[in-house]
Design a protein around this ligand. Structure first.
Ligand code: PLP
Length: 430
């Protein structure tokens, strides 16, 4: 940290002392607290492009990018202009607007399995509603989910969830009714037999998967695993639901379903979809989506759903995502992955990448599931991550979260990161 101030004297520390009195844990979402890496949170003042500036004036290369939404980096001029223009026309009406239709058309044109969508304000709402719809359509109640996957803080989907629960070591949250927990069958990721068994033994409404699991760190599907999910769902009359909140509009123009050529019945979207504002959606074919009210009988609603500011940001963000952008994002991710591998040298780590996503696991073995991710040297990750922060690199403060390269990251940002990573690895040796 450039300021040279003692930790307790920083403005971040002062704000944290005030925050813990009025916000549980001092934050509005658990992973922000940085407890997993043994330090207090950093309060942000502002950010531009790929760089974030904290309230003490420290500058960081930001690889968290708000945990996924900021594929164009912070405060992109085109997004700010779209927001300004939308805000001047009014911030919410509770009535339909032209831009919602345009955004829905844009998404339907991109995502192979999406003909129509229902917008929400968060990924949590979208996955909750997707499960309700799957239950209504199938007349069944159970959901198969994968250990280490995260689908928002929906009661029934918190069992062995990744993201903040993995980070905090919370296997299941108190306050979830037993019936909600019992409606979820948790199986290991990348274990085809376990999926077959679960579908045979239970009345399954939905098999719910992050097609590239990215909330236990990034753990791509192995071999034909996604095809297997499709086949099992078909065999047992369950719906296949892809949670593409992270992968959608990131790993490819049409998400993981396009990249892997496996079509789900329902798709959950969020993060990039809102261009940095609160927007998410569930989507699918007409036959399923028209079960939603008011076209059908499955209730789903939201005061701020399809909010004009969020829709303007999302539409602008998506329209800037052309083939050139995706090629550049993939190249940046590869450059970062190669750099981190060389920085690690002989340290036992695994650098895993997909276009626009990356994780560095502190593990001597390749990681294929949540057990593998949980077996990583979390202490070493924490120390290394603190070392990065001290050198101006803001990496996810948890082994269970992915890095989010953006279109604002340049080779210079990668070089700064690799240099800091090398120094942080050397520090681990001492
Ligand atoms: C972030 C996330 C969610 C939840 O979205 P929120 O907008 O935080 O409610 C759901 N699924 C996945 C895969 C996510 O990464």
């Amino acid at each position: 940290m450039g300021s040279g101030a003692r930790v307790g004297d920083t403005r971040s520390a002062e704000l944290y002392r005030r925050a813990v009195k009025v916000l549980p844990g001092g934050v509005n979402s658990p992973v922000r607290a940085m407890r997993a890496i043994g330090r207090d949170p950093i309060f942000v003042d502002h950010a531009h492009g790929a760089e974030l500036v904290d309230v003490d004036g420290n500058v960081y290369v930001d690889w968290v990018c708000s945990w996924g939404p900021l594929i164009h980096g912070h405060a992109h001029p085109a997004l700010l202009e779209a927001l300004r223009a939308a805000a001047e026309r009014g911030t919410t009406f509770g009535a339909p607007t032209p831009a919602e239709v345009e955004l829905a058309e844009e998404v339907a044109a991109r995502m192979p399995a999406v003909e129509m969508l229902r917008m929400t304000s968060s990924g949590t709402e979208a996955s909750m509603s997707a499960i309700r719809l799957a239950r209504a359509v199938t007349g069944r109640e159970k959901t198969v989910k994968f250990a280490g996957a995260y689908h928002g803080h929906v009661d029934g989907l918190l069992a062995e969830a990744g993201s903040g629960l993995a980070t905090q070591g919370i296997p299941a949250s108190p306050g979830v009714p037993a019936a909600a927990a019992a409606a979820t069958v948790v199986v290991p990721w990348n274990d085809p037999e376990a999926v077959s068994r679960a579908a045979a033994e239970h009345d399954v409404a939905a098999i719910l998967a992050e097609p590239y699991a990215a909330n236990m760190g990034l753990v791509p599907p192995r071999g034909e695993f996604l095809d297997h999910l499709r086949a099992v769902a078909d065999e047992h009359g369950a719906l296949l639901v892809f949670d593409e909140v992270i992968t959608g509009f990131r790993v490819a123009r049409g998400g993981a379903q396009e990249l892997c050529d496996v079509l789900p019945d329902l798709t959950v979207m969020g993060k990039v979809l809102g261009g940095g504002l609160p927007a998410a959606a569930l989507g699918g074919p007409h036959a399923l989506m028209e079960r939603l009210a008011p076209a059908g009988d499955v209730y789903q609603a939201g005061t701020l759903s399809g909010n004009p500011l969020a829709v303007a940001a999302g539409l602008t963000a998506l329209r800037m995502l052309d083939d050139v952008a995706y090629a550049r994002l993939a190249a940046t991710t590869n450059e970062l992955a190669d750099g981190l591998r060389s920085a690690a040298g002989a340290h036992p780590v695994q650098v895993v990448g997909a276009p626009g996503l990356l994780t560095l696991f502190f593990s001597a073995e390749p990681v294929h599931d949540y057990a593998g991710a949980a077996a990583c040297d979390l202490q070493a990750y924490g120390a290394w991550c603190r070392g990065l922060l001290a050198r101006g690199v803001y990496a996810p403060p948890s082994q269970f979260e992915a890095w989010f390269p953006s279109l604002a990251h340049t080779s210079e940002h990668v070089a700064r990161t690799v240099e800091a990573a090398q120094a942080a690895f050397r520090e681990l040796d001492r």
